[in-house]
Design a protein. Structure first.
Length: 253
């Protein structure tokens, strides 16, 4: 068995669960790994509106943790935390979608910004500046800033998973997710995302790198690059919308 426990009691609980499916052992494991749920929920919740209850995110994440415990196979040589994180995150995303907390007007603006990115990149042959983006949308620079602030909450979703796909195993709901075709598609999508991220303007690329690869919060990124957390949130939002527009153009999303 390839589990590397932190203590003998944890090893015992895993053995009781894996060998006998002991419900009490499963409950012990849920409690032990609950801080992992809080950590992932905190990452997902960074930048979301205050109306989104952190307790709801954690509650949804617990379902992902339970699913991970029930599906975990230590003989595959994957650390449990590595196996569990994408499932916890996926469960949180599912919970957010069920809440349908993003106003229709915000969704509409997000689509407008995506289209503007696509049209301007096709016309200019490069990434547009904020000023060019605002002009194309017939709004002021200040209004664009407000748009990006309101759209920030909509950046949570499949694209975030795609951005991180090169670093984490994807959650799988059935055996087909592990088929050779699915594995190839996952790798191709991850490669596409990494290639597209490298083509972003330097500041957008840096923010995504610090967020996805280094695991920093938006506030921590602000400290690194010398801007406010709200500005980092806007840069992150713009970069994700930028990538979404390219995925749509490629027929992926």
């Amino acid at each position: 068995m390839s589990i590397v426990p932190e203590d003998a009691d944890l090893q015992m609980q895993w053995n009781r669960w894996l060998k006998r499916k002991n419900a009490a052992a499963r409950d012990h494991l849920i409690v032990h790994y609950s801080p992992l749920v809080k950590f992932v929920a905190g990452r997902v919740g960074a930048g979301l509106p205050s109306s989104v209850d952190a307790g709801d995110l954690i509650g949804s994440g617990v379902f992902g943790l339970i699913d991970a415990i029930e599906r975990f196979e230590p003989d595959r040589g994957v650390k449990f935390e590595t196996f569990a994180v994408p499932r916890i995150r996926g469960a949180i995303y599912d919970g957010l979608r069920q809440l349908d907390w993003v106003p229709r007007s915000v969704r509409s603006r997000a689509r407008e910004v995506e289209r503007a990115f696509s049209e301007l990149e096709h016309k200019l042959g490069r990434s547009p500046s904020d000023e060019e983006l605002a002009s194309h949308l017939n709004i002021t620079d200040a209004e664009l800033t407000k748009w990006l602030a309101s759209i920030a909450s909509t950046t949570v979703g499949p694209l975030d998973r795609a951005i991180a796909a090169g670093a984490e195993p994807a959650a799988s709901d059935d055996a087909s997710s592990n088929s050779p075709t699915a594995v190839v598609e996952e790798k191709e999508l991850a490669k596409m995302m990494r290639d597209e991220i490298r083509r972003l303007p330097d500041r957008e690329k840096l923010v995504l790198s610090l967020y996805c690869d280094e695991g920093l919060t938006l506030a921590e990124i602000g400290g690194v690059i010398g801007v406010t957390e709200s500005r980092v949130s806007q840069i992150h939002t713009k970069s994700v919308l930028h990538l979404r527009s390219r995925l749509h153009a490629a027929g992926v999303a």
